[in-house]
Design a binder for this molecule. Sequence first.
Ligand code: ZN
Length: 144
Amino acid sequence: MCLFCRILRGEEEGYIVYRDDFFTAFLDKFPVSPGHTLIATNTHFDNILEVDDETLERVGKVVKFLGRAIKNALRADGVRILTNVGRSSGQVIFHTHIHIIPSWEDDQEVFPNFKPRAEQPKEYYMKLQRIIIEGIEKELKGNS
Ligand code: ZN
């Protein structure tokens, strides 16, 4: 079974921030920027070109919802939203996931001394998980 399927089943450590019937979002272990989050499909598909139509129809909505929640929660100026298909594109885990990568005009202040693409100290995952979950709760209230 793939790494992401194991995270979804709770068999592998993962800092989950969101879950619904179709998607689970968790922190990237090797983040490009603070708050870098992955939205994975609950069902295993190798990449987004393989996803079934029922799941695919819901991608836009969850990306918008979590993109907004994360951007607001981290007071980011922008977010990169992307998905890789195939090794040549940079895909490493062959289980469909969409990256939400926050960006700032100036230095970010969420997590000082952040080192990109490295495994972070445990405080990083705990702090970002908490902030993002709070942001999602706020976003949910805003939509109701
Ligand atoms: Zn999988």
